[in-house]
Design a protein around this ligand. Structure first.
Ligand code: ACM
Length: 766
């Protein structure tokens, strides 16, 4: 299990050193060039950080380094001005610095000290971040010995982005700042801020106060039920935004605001119904998915949005302004005589071209104000302004098409770079979409599609992770989804392709996890956590269970106990599947070579009831849609657990390979979940099942959803938040799949299945 701690370091330009084996500094993202030679330097609380007194930018980077070192390592470094000296950490701007890129820097550690040089302020800042990483993660206070490294570093991509959706769930300004801090520590430079959507308008616009008086608030479904607030929302005042933009700028992060149009406009139309095309005032939406409300195409609406853009441009100095453009279903435009008349008057042939005209209006306006338009890849449909930049989210095809047409592109494909995708199939994983996008998937995503030739590839500005927050109601949810996948993103966006190495990255990651702990960042340990699998049916038959342990990244040393005691380095080391008698309690932990835990210990009880149980994540979809989503009990519930894995298209779950010998009943732990999903044209795909009572029932069928009925359990007429269904099953022998189908009306709730347990005769009752 011993891990290799060495990788090839690359030859340094100028130094002429050949590649040689060297210990890796725990840096993420890995620098473009790093080598180790010479004697180490020890940083103590007396080591000064020295900058030239006339260089305000160097001072800024130095202050940032001192602050980070102090807050995460309790190393109270002091910044002083003066000439470079030995025994110090020196930051200096130098037009002769050996890295030309404005974001590049050189960093040399020798026994005389640490010297960071860069031509520009951004480079010095990134050099300071690297220096901080070299000083961490040693815990507590005290001296730190830094190996002699020589770094020449610059980013691969100019756009290293993170998208934050503050519309579906709202983060406080301090929470946004905490995300900006983490972006800075990962050398990301673009915060794409999704500020408006159907479920909330989050930016104060002085000229149109209803946008936040009405549009920032929604009334949750199941309001008044457990964990659901009476109203949900919030918005950022213009002062909040100015402060956040300035905070980001100090960390070399540009904030690109997004106002989504012409679709995802329901909160705006709820605020000012005259912006819509139905004449109706909708409520601010509580439905995730694709809502129907579009802005209309009247001159007054275009002017309204341009007035909004005036205030937006005054707040955000970014070159780019994002106008969304995604998922605008055109039904309301098709149904509106006014929109149709306007379309004809403009000589526009169809609604896609009308959207293109709409986006074009915004593009011209932005261009005339010295800004550039960026939008999701739907802006390509029906033609797009030549100067527009395209953000590819429906896979990579949008980027390929756009780059071939000569547009700049940013890669933010779903599902590869979507952070609302879950990151493992572990039973205790919290909310999100499936399939899981693991740390390795993130790391290995290549932003330059191979379909592009060298000239077209130059249009790839970079890449960006998208954090849509429908299922991330709190910062804990969000942090779990983002970290450490942000590390994988940062390395994919920064480090030259030829240096990317997932194994080396994983070896550097435990140091980063310690930095997270020092900053109280609730990262996911999913990549390192042990899974505990059991050969269930054989265990039921024989009374002996075969147990298999694994961790997603195959990195840790897995130690386990079988008696419920806490596992540690002295517990047995897992080498291959082992057998325990039923009942037993397995606890497993994943340890680094030095014995530090890589993830919280995981536990599995192996007894007859648990062997006969499938929990929510172990139940599969029935045939048909492969949509799978893990949700919280109510849309705004703040808890991380329980969660329910659902398919909004078919309220039906498969219990695979049920061992039915001796089974006489079934128990289903159930939750009443709101059906708050707007499915647009896909609504017709929702499967209705024939019920025998008005409220419907849970029907259990043998082998498939067309199979023989084994049991029917009536659903409650009221809708308690959670309840248990229990009933008899006709006796069977052998091992069969079971289909559990809810026949209740598809206008009613979705039933979340927490767990299904098969009951032997003595437990099933008469
Ligand atoms: C998107 O996910 N609708 C951009």
């Amino acid at each position: 299990m011993k891990k290799t701690r060495y990788v090839l370091a690359f030859a340094l330009c100028g130094l002429g050193a050949l590649a040689h084996a060297a210990p890796v500094a725990n840096l993420i993202p890995l620098p473009a060039q790093i080598s180790v030679s010479g004697n180490a330097f020890t940083v103590t609380a007396q080591t000064p950080i020295v900058v030239d007194g006339n260089d305000a930018e160097a001072r800024h980077a130095a202050d940032y380094l001192a602050k980070l070192a102090n807050s995460t390592r309790h190393l109270p470094l002091q910044v002083k001005t003066g000439a470079a000296e030995a025994g110090a950490i020196v930051l200096k701007r130098d037009l002769q610095a050996p890295v030309a890129n404005a974001e590049g820097y050189a960093l040399d550690v020798t026994d005389k000290g640490i010297v960071i040089t860069a031509r520009d302020e951004a480079g010095l800042f990134y050099g300071a971040i690297t220096a901080w990483q070299l000083l961490t993660p040693a815990q507590g206070s005290g001296d730190v010995r830094v190996e002699a490294v020589h770094i020449r570093d610059e980013p691969r991509f100019a756009w290293r982005g993170f998208m934050l959706d503050s519309a579906r769930h709202f983060q406080t300004p301090d929470e946004v700042r905490s995300i900006i801090d983490q972006m800075a520590q990962h050398k990301l430079n673009t915060l794409h801020w999704h500020l408006t959507d159907d479920q909330g308008w989050r930016i104060e616009i002085k000229r149109y106060p209803e946008l936040t008086r009405i549009g920032a608030w929604r009334t949750p479904p199941r309001v008044g039920k457990k964990d659901e607030p009476a109203r949900y929302g919030g918005f950022y005042t213009q002062d909040d935004i100015r402060a956040i933009v300035a905070y980001a700028a100090e960390r070399h992060i540009t904030v690109v605001p997004e106002l989504d149009m012409p679709g995802h406009a329901q909160a705006a139309v709820a605020s000012y119904p005259e912006l819509g095309s139905t004449g109706q005032r909708p409520a601010v939406s509580v439905d995730w998915g694709v809502n129907p409300y579009l802005y209309n195409v009247d001159d007054s609406t275009i002017h309204f949005l341009q007035n909004v853009l005036d205030e937006v441009m005054a707040l955000f100095p970014s070159t780019y302004i994002h106008v969304g453009g995604d998922e605008a279903v055109k039904d309301q435009w098709q149904a509106s005589a006014t929109v149709q008349a306007r379309m004809r008057a403009l000589g526009i042939k169809n609604e896609d071209a009308l959207q293109s005209w709409f986006i074009g209006q915004m593009g011209q306006y932005l261009t005339s104000h010295g800004r550039r338009l960026i939008g999701w890849d739907e802006i390509l449909e029906g033609g797009v302004p030549a100067s527009a930049t395209v953000m590819s989210w429906r896979g990579t095809q949008g980027a390929i098409d756009a780059a071939k047409l000569g547009h700049d592109v940013v890669l933010s494909p779903s599902p590869q770079l979507y952070m609302d995708q879950m990151q493992s199939d572990l039973p205790d994983e919290t909310t999100g979409r499936l399939p899981a996008q693991t740390l390795q998937n993130y790391y290995e995503f290549e932003a330059v599609p191979k379909e592009l030739d060298a000239t077209q590839a130059k249009h790839v500005l970079g890449m960006q992770a998208a954090m849509f927050t429908e299922h991330m109601p709190t910062m804990r949810h969000l942090q779990h989804a983002v970290f450490p996948r942000m590390d994988a993103l940062s390395e994919a966006a920064w480090t030259p392709v030829k240096q990317r190495d997932f194994r080396g990255f994983v070896e550097r990651l435990p140091a980063q996890l310690a930095r997270y702990r020092a900053q109280d960042v609730g990262y996911a340990d999913s990549a390192f956590a042990p899974s505990i699998e059991v050969d269930r049916n054989a265990a039921i038959t024989t009374g002996h269970a075969k147990v298999t342990l694994a961790d997603q990244v195959k990195f840790g040393n897995l130690h386990y106990t079988t008696d419920g005691s806490e596992p540690g380095a002295s517990s047995p080391l897992y080498v291959s599947p082992f057998t325990v008698t039923v009942p037993s309690t397995i606890k497993a932990v994943s340890l680094a070579d030095d014995g530090t835990p890589l993830a919280a210990a995981r536990m599995r009880v192996i007894d007859l009831p648990s062997l006969r149980t499938r929990t929510t994540g172990e139940l599969e979809n029935c045939a048909g849609s492969n949509f799978r989503l893990r949700v919280q009990p109510t849309p705004d519930a703040t808890s991380m657990a329980p969660t329910y894995l659902i398919n909004v298209f078919d309220n039906c779950r498969m219990y695979r390979a049920a061992k039915l010998d001796g089974i006489a009943g079934i128990r289903v732990d159930t939750a009443t979940l709101p059906r708050n999903f707007a499915l647009a044209h896909e609504a017709k795909l929702v499967v209705a099942h024939k019920a025998t009572t008005p409220q419907g029932e849970l029907v259990v069928r043998l082998d498939s959803c067309k199979g023989k009925v084994l049991g029917t359990l009536p659903l409650p007429t009221d809708t308690p938040a959670t309840f248990t269904l229990q009933g008899a099953l006709k006796k069977q022998v052998g091992t069969h799949d079971l289909c559990l189908v809810f026949t209740s009306p598809i206008t009613g709730p979705i039933w979340g299945v927490g767990a299904v347990t098969l009951l032997p005769a003595e437990k099933a009752g008469p």
